[in-house]
Structures are given as C-alpha cells and as structure tokens.
Ligand binder design. Structure first.
Ligand code: ADP
Ligand code: MG
Length: 339
C-alpha cells in the first residue's frame, strides 16, 4: 500500500481530495464543502451550518489562555463563519473533550465565556457532546444560522472591477500571539517574573477575544447592500483573498497603504522586527470580513466607519499588492513575492 505524507497535500489539498469523493444527493443541499458555511434550503430561507474544532497545544495554550476567553472565542469564530455568508447565527452545539487536568471550576469558567458570547450574539446553546480526551482539552462548536435567499454571499461571486473591502484591524492578533509566546518563555526561564502585558493589552485582547463582525452584516442589510463575495479572515488576508479570487475566477489589486493596521500593531511590528504588512497579510486570527461589492453599491457603503476599501478585483488573474515604494508584488498564501 502506498503511503503519502499529509504535508504533500496541505490542508486545502486534503479538503479538495475529500470533496472530490462526494457528490450531494439532496436538492436541499445548495452548497456543500468549499465555503465558510454549508447552505441548506429550508423553505423561506437558507440555513447555514459551520463547524470548527480547537485543540489544546495546536490552537490554544492553556498556560496563557483563560478558559472564559476560549469559550467566547470558540463561539465567535463560528458566528464569524455564518456572518461570512451574510447570515446571522442562531444556534450552537458545543462538544468538549476533557483531560483530567480540567476541574469543574474550569468548565464553569469555559461555559461563562460561552454564555457571554451566546448573549452577545443572540445565539442559543442547543446541545453538544461530552467525552474524556487522552490528548489535552478539545472544544468543537457547530453553528447554524439563517440568511434570506437573495442575500447570500458566497466566496465565488466576485466580478472584475468590484471593490474589495475589509472591516479593519489586520495583524493585531498575530502580535498578541507573539507577545504571549514571548512572555511564556520569559516566565519559564524565571517563574518570578511578572508578565509585561499592559502596553500589549490591545493586541492580546484581539487574539484571545476576537469579535465576529455581525454588526457589519446588520449594517449592510440596512443599507440594502449584498456583497458580491465574502469570506472571514481566519488564516490571513492573503490566503482568504486567494480563496475569493480562485473561486470567483478573478484577480485583485490591493494597495499596501490602504491595509488597516493599528498603531499598536505598528509599534509591535518594530519591536518584534516583523514587517507589519507580513502580519496584516499572513498573521491570521483577525476574524474581520473581507468582501467585494459592485462599484454601483460603493456610494451606499462608503460612509460605514469600519468598512475600508483596500483595492479592487481584476479580469487578469494575478493577485497583486501595489507597493508604497512603487511597483507591485504577487500576493501568495504565505508571504508575498516581489516581482
Ligand atoms: P474556514 O476557514 O472558513 O473555517 P475551512 O478552511 O476550515 O473554512 O474549510 C473550508 C471548507 O472545507 C468548508 O466548507 C468546510 O466545511 C470543509 N471541510 C473542512 N474540513 C473538512 C473535512 N474533514 N471533511 C469535509 N469537509 C471539510
Ligand atoms: Mg471562514
């Protein structure tokens, strides 16, 4: 039997491989694998379904992740995937795998965060599953949501010359993670050291407690604007933009000077000696929305405070960054290459 290592496929290659083995049998299945959430025809509306799993040691480190925040974040990232379809999340199920290091009080804390998120996003916790785990703490959440059929936004709907918008603040969570990792190393070297986080509160907050941008979904709805395509930024702007471009069959031009990078992020970039543009493009965990709108819709959204035009889509398939220094660079899923 032949054996292929997983890293020869990568995450997206593996998902494509799984997808290629299945065809949908039911007419209610409008969209299966390949977007932020699956789309199911339930009559008047489309129902949206998305799921996410978080593993201790892979997605979070319990030595610096308060369980309250972890619970909140696990809900928020699912609500964000529903938002990325232009939908509103309504229900979640929560499945937890418990190692024996977790106490009842710790679970209480986790569910305090989950409850806070459920109240904040107006979502009902409707079930789940509970199991022992041999390999650390695991939490998986599935969210369902709804969207009017004529308002759904897929990743594949962008047309050339649409305006590319992002809802703000890229790269902050990346430096939040760098900060916590650095403080952990300092602490391990000298457990008497107190962490120096006050200046970094903003960045750490963005990492540990991201918000799903349901506010933007409500605002777009009130303005009568349906994005021609949309995705949420979990892996980094570059990777998500490439999903939109590949699935829509378009290219893009993004302007370096339009990327929304906060002052705190700029300062941290200098301190960690990482280009703020690299963090904005590839940092990930921002959970902002990236979407396109037709030019004719731009007037309606141009005064939205947290919707920032960063470029446009093109007929040419190249996905480019227009550099402040002049010239362009190709945007790749990881990093970006100067031409
Ligand atoms: P997101 O970053 O928005 O959560 P992912 O990259 O995790 O999206 O997933 C992309 C698509 O692949 C989604 O439609 C998701 O449901 C699907 N998918 C991911 N993993 C699997 C799997 N193991 N089996 C079937 N579908 C999967
Ligand atoms: Mg997503």
């Amino acid at each position: 039997m032949e054996r292929t290592e997983l890293n020869t496929l990568g995450e997206f290659g593996l998902i494509d491989r799984i997808k290629s083995k299945f065809t949908n049998k039911n007419v209610e299945t409008i969209k299966g694998i390949g977007d932020d959430a699956a789309v199911i025809d339930v009559g008047d509306k489309y129902m949206l379904v998305t799921t996410d799993i978080l593993f201790e040691g892979i997605h979070f480190d319990l030595s610096y992740t308060p369980l309250r925040h972890l619970g909140y974040k696990a809900v928020a990232v699912n609500v964000s995937d529903i938002a990325a379809m232009n939908g509103i999340a309504k229900q979640i199920t929560v499945t937890i795998g418990l190692s024996n290091r977790i106490s009842v009080e710790a679970i209480d804390e986790l569910y305090e965060g989950i409850k806070f998120a459920c109240d904040n996003y107006n979502v009902d916790l409707i079930g789940g599953d509970t199991s022992a785990s041999a390999s650390g703490f695991v939490i998986s959440i599935t969210a369902t949501g709804f969207v009017d059929k004529d308002k759904i936004a897929y990743r594949n709907g962008a047309k050339p010359n649409d305006i590319l918008c992002v809802t703000g603040d890229l790269g902050a969570a990346y430096f939040g993670l760098q900060t916590l990792e650095r403080e952990k190393q300092v602490y391990l070297a000298n457990p008497n050291m107190q962490p120096e986080l006050t200046e970094k509160e903003y960045l750490v907050g963005k990492l540990l407690r991201p918000e799903a941008r349901t506010d933007i979904i409500h605002e777009l709805n009130e303005l009568g604007v349906v994005p021609s395509s949309m995705i949420d930024i979990s892996d980094g702007l570059a990777s998500e933009l490439l999903h939109i471009c590949t699935q829509s069959g378009v290219g893009a031009m993004v302007f370096e000077d339009k990327l929304p990078i906060e002052d705190f992020t700029m300062l941290a970039a200098t301190e960690f000696n990482v280009s703020p543009i690299t963090a904005a493009l590839n940092g990930g965990e921002d959970y902002q929305l990236l979407f396109t709108v037709k030019q004719s819709d731009f007037d309606k959204i141009k005064n939205m405070s947290d919707v920032l035009p960063i470029g446009y889509t093109t007929e040419d398939k190249a996905v480019l960054l227009a550099l402040n220094s002049g010239g362009t660079a190709t945007i790749k899923a990881q990093g970006w290459n100067h031409i």
